[in-house]
Design a protein around this ligand. Structure first.
Ligand code: AMP
Length: 389
């Protein structure tokens, strides 16, 4: 999701710039002013309550704002992102916005402040008042609106400066120049965003070879915990020695170790377009860990894909692999193969079911040649990139 808040005094040009931004980036527009005017037009209880405050140029209570905004946001969880105009307007509303973003498992990418001198605001609003039909676009109310802005709204900027998502554009320029400056900021934001794919499938479904090939084609970092553990053993690192002891005694590698390795990988990856996770998360606990790790790096899951292959075909493939030099230590006997399939069934299938409920899992038929499956996967990944724009 791309979530942006346009900030600035009345008359800064937020509405004008919003029209262009929602089209260009396919965002869902939320103007609290428009929502309130709609309530007033329909003469709802909320509208009646807000009417006098708006007419006097004051700020409507945070309680009313929560009511009108919460429903609008939670009714559109699948939107490409939100563009907020006129919200948050108070320090309390800044917290409300954070809470709403958390509820949707997303965050505000940036708050863009359209900075204009007070004199320019007043002239623009008086000019707009000639045609807008808004009762609050007259000099007395405008002055009140600006004093409310200075007193209650300006302090909100500090909140976003502290979170390092504050950006500023000179609003006293031509509409086109302001548009261009905003676009530069958003492009920068978009280039920071990562496409993070979780690739599921039973052992033998081809997720490893497909995952590696996808990573190469789309410049994604391939994060496969199995090979990462093996690499540590080969390097003889302190963690590698610990892992080897665990393997030798037939124990599972604890999450603490796996997390350290993934974290290192996330930190050291540069100039990539995203991550593709294979073999992680394997358990419900690990699914929470993944969310936490991604959140810590300012990102989140984008796509969950499962490659589906019928069980008999899986056994055939794993058995065939065991007779080649690609044989893994865990495919050397039928009982080991069956045990891995069972592990997936009992521990990982519930993770896929959970993801399916929350985010939806893209199912890909994994039968057929490598290239046929790769083509289907590539189509989905490209879709994922398109949805990010
Ligand atoms: P606007 O269309 O954004 O200029 O808003 C017009 C009027 O609606 C403002 O002067 C306020 O009285 C009220 N209003 C709009 N958004 C908010 C908000 N987030 N918090 C409180 N009052 C608001």
């Amino acid at each position: 999701m791309l979530n942006i808040a346009l900030f600035g005094p009345p008359g800064a040009g937020k509405g004008t710039q919003s029209e262009f931004l929602i089209k260009k980036y396919n965002l869902f527009y939320i103007s609290t002013g428009d929502l309130l005017r709609k309530e007033m037009k329909e003469n709802t209880d909320l509208g009646k309550e807000a009417k006098n405050v708006i007419a006097a140029g004051g700020l409507v209570s945070d309680e009313i704002i929560v009511q009108i905004i919460e429903k609008t946001i939670t009714d559109h969880p699948d939107s490409n992102g939100f563009l907020f105009d006129g919200f948050p307007r108070t320090y309390i509303q800044a917290y409300i916005l954070e809470g709403l973003m958390i509820k949707l498992n997303t965050s505000l990418n940036c708050l863009i402040n359209l900075d204009v001198p007070e004199k320019v605001s007043i002239d623009r609003l008086l000019n707009r008042g000639k045609t807008s039909g808004r009762s609050d676009d007259n000099e007395k109310v405008i002055r009140n609106r600006l004093s409310e802005y200075n007193e209650k709204t300006l302090p909100v900027l500090q909140f976003f400066k502290e979170r390092e998502i504050y950006r500023e554009v000179k609003g006293n320029q031509s509409i086109e120049k302001v548009q261009k400056d905003i676009q530069i900021i958003i492009q920068e934001e978009l280039s920071k965003r990562l496409l993070n794919i979780v690739l599921f499938g039973y052992p033998g479904s081809g997720r490893g070879s497909q995952g590696k090939a996808l990573a190469e084609k789309y410049n994604l970092e391939y994060v496969a915990t199995g090979p990462m553990l093996d690499q540590e053993i080969k390097k003889n690192s302190p963690i590698g020695l610990k892992i080897k002891d665990l393997y030798d005694s037939g124990q599972l590698v604890p999450d603490e170790i796996v997390v350290q390795l993934i974290e290192k990988k996330l930190e050291n990856s540069r100039n990539i377009k995203g991550f593709i996770f294979k073999g992680f998360p394997r358990t419900l606990v690990q699914s929470y860990i993944l969310d936490g790790l991604l959140k810590k790096h300012g990102t989140a899951k984008s796509q969950i894909i499962e490659i589906e292959v019928p069980t008999l075909e899986l056994i055939n493939r794993l058995d065939a692999r065991s007779k080649t030099d690609r044989c893994m230590p865990y495919d050397t006997s039928t009982s080991k193969i069956v045990k891995r399939l069972q592990e997936h069934e009992t521990k990982t299938v519930p993770v896929i079911a959970k993801y399916n409920q929350i985010h939806g899992v893209i199912k890909i038929n994994g039968e057929g040649s490598f290239d046929e499956v790769f083509e289907k996967l590539s189509y989905e990944v490209e879709n994922g990139f398109r949805n990010m724009r």
